[in-house]
Structures are given as structure tokens and as C-alpha cells.
Design a protein around this ligand. Structure first.
Ligand SMILES: C[S@@+](CC[C@H](N)C(=O)[O-])C[C@H]1O[C@@H](n2cnc3c(N)ncnc32)[C@H](O)[C@@H]1O
Length: 206
């Protein structure tokens, strides 16, 4: 007889859970962070709860509906003072460099990407390989030393396999003196199963 009941069993983390597990323990109140794909605002809330008060959360999404959902999600969990430290941008993440304050360059402790489409929204509005690559390049440039970028990729979505493989190629080519990168995903599931990439900008003297 097994000694534990099935209710105490725990599955391995999904790609999104991995991204939270990697980022969560590294964040402190006062940090500046980006949620590059707001969606329903779960990642923005996760970030806000760790860096506020005192920090800044910058959130991007192409869709007005996603920005509205995120605003509602944040408003139901944060104080008015905390909300004032969140900037919601109804804009593509490829415009990050233009829309973030100049002081954010080299100061971002985390940039989180969760590609694909808005759950519960229009599945045709989906992240695109070219803009995803542009945004990942900006995020890498703007990361603080010891900062982390996470990317959740969905090879099963339309165009998702090409997007995932281009992002993976870009990251594989990063110089290992400057960055360390990992790919985390299930080995024995279908190849369309989402996976997570995490990149850390190495500290200059470490
Ligand atoms: C999987 S959802 C994100 C889930 C979200 N992080 C959450 O916690 O609920 C992907 C989102 O990316 C958005 N998106 C698509 N292209 C984008 C772009 N170029 N810039 C920013 N967001 C984009 C979609 O509108 C969608 O809301």
C-alpha cells in the first residue's frame, strides 16, 4: 500500500510555473520588472506582489481587452498606491525601448514573456516570430546584471514552432561570458508541449 494519499502527490511544474519558480525568489520590493505579455494579468500580479511597494511594473499587450483584464485583476488585489507603480501599455512589446523610461535600461530585474494568445480571447491574435524576436533582443539589452528573462513558448500554436525555434536559436547564440541560459520542458510529452527558457545576465565580476 502506498504510504501517501494521491491528494498529496505533486506533478512536475508546467512551463509557466517554472517561470514563476525561477523569478519569484529573486525579486525584492523596489525592483523594476516587465511583463511583456499582459494577457489576463496573472504574471503582472505575480510580479507586482513581489516588487511593490517601491518597485515598478511595466506591462505590455497589443490587445485593449488584455490590458483591461489586467487592470481589473490588479485592481482587485493591489492598493491604490501600489497600482500607481504599475504602468500598463496598450502596445506591442517590440516597442519596449521606446516606451520604457530611459532609467530602466540596465535596471530591469526581470522581463517575463508568455507567448501565444490571450486565454479566453481571440486565438487569431497571437505573438509573431518577428516581433517576439525584436522584443527578446530589447529585453536582453535592458536586463540588469543578475537580472532574469523568462520566455514561455508554445510550439503547438499556429506559427508557434517557428517562433519557438527562432527564439531558441537567438538564445543559444548568446555569449556565455555575458549570459547563462536554460531550456526547461517535458522530455516525454508531445513536442508541441509548452516549454520555458530562462536567461540570466551574468554579473560582471561573477
Ligand atoms: C499567453 S497570453 C499571456 C498570458 C499572461 N501573461 C497572463 O498572465 O495572463 C499572450 C498575450 O500576448 C499578447 N500579445 C500578442 N502579441 C503581442 C505583442 N507584439 N506585444 C505584446 N503582447 C502581445 C496577446 O494579446 C496575449 O494577451
Amino acid at each position: 500500500m502506498p504510504s501517501e494519499s494521491p491528494s498529496s502527490f505533486t506533478a512536475l511544474p508546467t512551463a509557466v510555473q517554472w517561470s514563476h519558480q525561477i523569478v519569484g525568489p529573486r525579486l525584492r520590493a523596489g525592483d523594476w520588472v516587465v511583463d511583456a505579455t499582459a494577457g489576463n494579468g496573472h504574471d503582472s500580479l505575480f510580479l507586482a506582489q513581489r516588487v511593490l511597494p517601491g518597485g515598478r511594473v511595466f506591462t505590455f499587450d497589443l490587445q485593449a481587452q488584455a490590458i483591461e483584464k489586467t487592470r481589473e485583476n490588479l485592481a482587485s488585489h493591489l492598493t491604490i498606491q501600489q497600482l500607481a507603480e504599475v504602468s500598463l501599455h496598450h502596445a506591442g512589446h517590440e516597442r519596449m525601448a521606446e516606451l520604457l523610461p530611459a532609467e530602466a535600461r540596465g535596471r530591469l530585474r526581470t522581463v517575463m514573456f508568455n507567448f501565444g494568445y490571450l486565454p479566453g480571447g481571440d486565438k487569431k491574435v497571437i505573438t509573431q516570430e518577428a516581433t517576439s524576436l525584436a522584443a527578446v533582443r530589447i529585453a536582453l539589452e535592458w536586463l540588469a546584471e543578475d537580472g532574469i528573462m523568462t520566455v514561455v513558448l508554445y510550439p503547438g500554436h499556429e506559427g508557434g514552432r517557428e517562433e519557438a525555434s527562432s527564439v531558441e536559436c537567438l538564445i543559444t547564440a548568446l555569449p556565455s561570458m555575458e549570459f547563462e541560459a536554460q531550456r526547461i520542458g517535458f522530455l516525454n510529452f508531445r513536442s508541441s508541449t509548452p516549454f520555458c527558457i530562462a536567461v540570466r545576465r551574468r554579473a560582471v565580476n561573477a
